[in-house]
Design a protein around this ligand. Structure first.
Ligand code: PLP
Length: 365
């Protein structure tokens, strides 16, 4: 492998973050969210490192089937559920738990249930309590629960919801959602699940039996105004590359496509082998932080597909071949995300397949 850019994935840090989630969860079960290739970290090594998790959550059926192919035997919640009879049967064959968030899915279940084996369906109704994304209105969900509970095919009926603003401590919408969900689930005896990382860390909801942390496991902050380090979360992914050229540009000369950055004085720049073809955000403006050795530098001009430029005026010792951290250890992904006007989730999940993931801290180390 000759490509200079790589993502080092520290599975020990992943486990430490998972232990934090366990501690916060207390007696509740912890089902890590491993959708989108485990937020870009590589779903196979991640689920193996978290083999003692109580279950896992993924977005869609294909991701759920992939976990079974990887040998995961724990429960797997497919958040978006199934959209066809074939999907229902595939989920049953693989023993997946299906989210139910839309009346069309309810119709499908009522249509097909009689032909499905008794006790074969594990369903979690997703309640719309304020996010206005996926979910059945609470009233509607309570009726659906009664309808489905009478079907021989149904083995488990859970209830879940998702908070829209748990990243902001004490947000009134979280309180409203928590109250509505708490009331709706008073009489349920199946699994009940509400908390994402933010709600788990702030304790915004504690009456669920299953929590669904994602970003905190990967060492990103789920809370606005709080750093991951301040929450004792360790970065799992460190995106690294190398300087491939060093040069001086003179006053008046520009750097990169669109000539968006123009030197006001003679400026030493470094070119780093990392670009939007790797998942580094093209919209990251000049000034986005980058770390070379112990030096904090920043980007200059537009990010290209395979390279980006950094300002070396404060790091004149840098030479081609020097190691660069784009995010991770020593440079939190949340800082880079803030500079690029996005969130750490997007940077981690957006890492492209051409970047090799190099794992440490796994069972084979
Ligand atoms: C339904 C659901 N639950 C849990 C999570 C995990 O959220 P977080 O990564 O903020 O912990 C997500 C992530 O988007 C989600 O969509």
């Amino acid at each position: 492998m000759h490509r200079l850019i790589k993502a080092q994935i520290d599975l020990r840090a992943l486990r430490r973050n998972f232990e934090q989630a366990r501690e916060r969860a207390g007696r509740r079960a912890v089902w890590p969210v491993v959708k989108a290739n485990a937020y870009g970290h590589g779903v196979g090594p991640v689920v193996r490192a978290l083999a003692d998790a109580d279950g896992f959550c993924v977005a869609d059926l294909d991701e759920g089937l992939m976990l079974r192919e990887l040998g995961v035997t724990a429960p797997v919640l497919v958040i978006q559920g199934a959209f066809s009879g074939a999907g229902l049967r595939a989920a049953i064959a693989a023993g997946l738990t299906l989210g139910v968030h839309d009346p069309e899915q309810v119709k499908l279940l009522l249509r097909d249930a009689a032909q499905l084996p008794a006790g074969s369906l594990r369903l979690w109704l997703k309640l719309e309590t304020g996010m206005h994304r996926l979910g059945l209105q609470t009233e509607q969900a309570l009726k659906v629960r009664e309808q489905l509970a009478g079907l021989a095919a149904v083995a488990e009926l859970g209830m879940m919801t998702h908070f829209a603003c748990a990243d902001t401590v004490d947000h009134p919408l979280t309180d409203a959602q928590a109250t509505e969900f708490g009331m709706a689930t008073l009489a349920t005896n199946g699994p009940v699940s509400a908390c994402n990382s933010a709600a788990l860390l702030t304790g915004a909801y504690q009456s669920d039996s299953v929590v669904r942390p994602g970003i905190m496991l990967y060492g990103g902050t789920p809370l606005l105004g709080r750093t991951a380090a301040g929450l004792s979360l360790a970065p799992v992914m460190t995106l690294m590359s190398r300087v491939v050229a060093v040069k001086d540009v003179r006053a008046g000369e520009s750097v990169g496509y669109g000539a968006s950055w123009v030197a006001s004085e003679t400026t030493r720049i470094g070119l780093v082998a990392a670009g939007y073809g790797d998942g580094y955000p093209r919209h990251a403006p000049s000034g986005t932080p980058v770390r070379i050795g112990a030096c904090d530098v920043h980007t200059l001009g537009r990010v290209s597909m395979d390279s980006l430029a950094v300002d070396l005026r404060t790091a004149g010792h840098v030479r081609p071949g020097d190691e660069v951290v784009l995010w991770g250890r020593g440079l939190p992904v949340d800082l880079v995300a803030a500079a690029a006007d996005t969130i750490g989730y997007e940077l981690l999940a957006g890492l492209t397949s051409r970047v090799a993931r190099v794992y440490s801290g796994g069972e084979r180390d």
